[in-house]
Structure formats: structure tokens, C-alpha cells
Design a protein around this ligand. Sequence first.
Ligand code: FAD
Length: 435
Amino acid sequence: MIVNVIGAGLAGSEVAYNLGKRGIRVRLFEMRPKKMTEVHKTGYFAELVCSNSLKSEDITNAEGLLKAEMRLMGSITLEAAEKARVPSGKALAVDRNIFAKEVTEAIERLESVEIIREEVTEFDPEEGIWVVATGPATSNGLLPFLKKLLGDDFLFFFDAVSSIVTFESIDMERAFWGDRFGKGKDYINCPLTKEEYEEFWKALVEAEVIEMEDFDRKLLFERCQPIEEIARSGKDALRYGPLRPTGLVDPRTGKEPYAVIQLRREDKEGRFYSLVGFQTRLKWGEQKRVLRKIPCLRNAEIVRYGVMHRNVYINSPELLDIFFRLKKHPNIFFAGQITGVEGYMESAASGIYVAYNVHRILKGLSPLKLPEETMMGSLFSYIIEKVEGDLKPMYANFGLLPPLKVRVKDKFEKRKKLAERAIETMKKFLEENPW
Ligand SMILES: Cc1cc2nc3c(=O)[nH]c(=O)nc-3n(C[C@H](O)[C@H](O)[C@H](O)COP(=O)(O)OP(=O)(O)OC[C@H]3O[C@@H](n4cnc5c(N)ncnc54)[C@H](O)[C@@H]3O)c2cc1C
């Protein structure tokens, strides 16, 4: 059976390479350079659209652990990165042109991969296996077909998300639980005094933002205002808007605080919380600086920053099974950022995972879920099974992994043990279930 892969980005390249090198017939559709996206600049596969850093290689960093697991499974992204490496301390940074050229040539060398430089605008789901890996800048030509396939409500066009922090990094000595006029454990409330509010407001209005194109700006702002824009409209705007304290009584004072920042639970296990109404265009460093002005979040571990840019992704928890197959068309898979993973490495990792299971299916075996003790397994399981409410794209992070059986106080030691457990688990999984 032929496997059709749409999009030769980070994810699609991993799918095509990992299947092609095992002799599976693949048709890889890539519309560039004939038709470019708004973010790509070349005709190479796996082009890095922004930073040239593939982030840390240290396994006590979530991105480093992800790479270690990807290496065990086999990754063209990491093979090419090795050849394109530029000095960058503990991080893996690459010469982006050498990197993309290496990936492109490695795929071009595979006899079983046919490369078709065309935009796909529709396809017949019955014609072999399909992997949609068209990324955050999926072409407008394909969107009507995807809408028809998935349903209007299941395709998100903009990524306007608030920052997410880990529960364990919130200062719960100061924060308090409760909904407006009620109790419950769905919201954590971070109270601010008048002085703290003013300091926070000042930092917010002075912080640097990422510029957007006028068209995106207009479309996006019709739907939701970035927090810094609300703040700019007046000193009290936030206090009467997303930071209003109405109905939230601080048990320590018995009164409503001057202002309150609410955090909403993001996952079923309560390990992640997002800041309510905090969609923002602030640069990442600035977000960190501004959030640290909130006393309960002084030591907050931010696992994803708020962003606002065009980003096509689907409602994976509703649409996909754990193998990233469409529930209603099991021969259509999705891979990469369109599934709701975020980041170069996460996108590539999802491509490896999809290739692994497509390969198993073609061998007549059942697809397999990766163990949750691995970074890959926990990330994919988060997206499909653990999210509560709307899916927001997610990076690899240690908060996703199931806790250790023994309590380890030191943060570094804990990560080291989690990473060692993840690598051992992945090795054992692959020994028992090789490609
Ligand atoms: C502006 C921006 C900046 C980003 N910066 C970073 C960063 O610095 N670091 C980071 O880790 N992550 C970053 N990301 C997030 C993400 O990791 C990357 O976008 C990553 O490239 C996603 O991989 P992918 O394979 O899913 O999609 P892509 O790498 O975008 O690949 C999708 C491919 O599909 C092709 N395609 C689209 N539609 C069609 C069609 N209809 N027919 C045929 N081909 C099609 C495209 O040309 C493209 O080659 C950024 C995202 C955006 C939007």
C-alpha cells in the first residue's frame, strides 16, 4: 500500500524518511518552492522558519530528553542536525541551510520515496494511507477540504493562547482556590494589592511586543484582545476586565483583593494551569519578566508562553485516536504542529511516532501507544487524552511525565531521575517492539 505524506516540513520529512528507508512506498507532496507559505523562504524540506536552535541536548532539560528518545527511535532531523551543527554551548544549533539541505538530500536519495512538488487541495481518503503534516501555515487551498473532512468547529486558525505554568511552581501559600462566588478547585486565584497591581500594570504596558501583519491583527483582535492592549486603554482597565476581583474573597484577609489573576486548570491531573485572559503578543523574555511581578508567580515555571499568530491546528482530542489517526477515517493520520504539538523537535517527534505506527500497520501489526514515562509518550497522551477544555499547542516539558514513585526534593536530581527512567523505558519498549 502506498503512503501519501502531505507537507515536507519537520514532521512530514520524518514520516517519509523513516518509512522510505524501510522500503515502504511513499509519495511526498510539498508545495514549495512553487507555492510558498507566509513563513517559509526556501524550497528545502524541514526548513526552520524562525530560530536556528533546536534547543538543549542535556537530558535534564525536556527538549534534551526528547532528543535522546528521538535518537533511539531514529530521526533524520537529528542526523542532519549533527552535520549542520554550529557552536552553541549545551544547545543544538544548526546552520539552517545546511540542515534543510541535508534532510532534503537524504529523502531524495531514497528510491521508494516519490517527491511531488505540488499543493494538495483535496485527496481521496480511500487511496492508500494519508498523513497530513502541513504545519501551522497549512495552505489556504487545502483548508476548505479539511473543514469538510473534519467539521468547521474542529479547525482552529489562530493561536491566541495564554501562558501556562506548572502547579508545583505556583506559590500556594499566597494563592487561594475558588470560583467567583464559590469554592471548587478549578481556579487558583493570585491576589494583588494596589501597589503590586500598579507595578504589574506598568511592567505590562512598557513591555516589548512582537509585531503582527495588519491583516492578522485585524482578524485576531476582532476575536480577543491581547492583555497588553487592554492594559494600555487605562490604568484600571484590567481591574474591571480580566483581573476583576468580584466574588473572590481571599481567605487570609476575608476581603476581595484589589485585583486577582486567575489560573484555570489545563489538564485532568491538575499539573498545569493557564492564566485566564492572558493572550499576549509580548516577547517571551518580556512575558517572563512581567509574570514574575505577580507575587504568587515569582518562581513560576512557564511551560508555554502566550502567543498570537496564525497557526492552523485541529481539535485533536475530539478527532484523533492516540495513534494520531482520524477516528472516522483510520487511514488518515495527522502529524506535526497541526496536531497541537508545538516546537520543531516536538513536530519531528510526532512524525517519527506516526511513521512507527504506519509501519506496524503495514506489517500487519497493531499500532502501539508509547509509554507515558517517556517524554514522547506523555506529550502525545497529553494532547489526545489529558487536555481539559480547548487544546492549546504544547511543548515537551517535565510536568507531563508521571511523578516518580519516590519523593526527590532537589529539582535537578528529580529531572535526572525522570530522564533516566524515560530513556530506560524507551529502550525497553523498542527492544520489545522494534520497528
Ligand atoms: C512563525 C513561526 C515561528 C516559529 N518559530 C519556532 C521556533 O523558533 N522554534 C520552534 O521550536 N518552533 C517554532 N515554531 C513552531 C513549529 O515548531 C514550526 O512551525 C515547525 O516547523 C512545525 O513543523 P511541521 O512539520 O508541523 O510544519 P512545517 O515545518 O511548517 O511543514 C509543513 C510543510 O507543509 C507544506 N504545505 C502546507 N500546505 C501544503 C499543501 N496544501 N500541499 C503541500 N504542501 C503543503 C509547507 O510548505 C511546509 O513545508 C514556529 C512556528 C511559526 C508559525
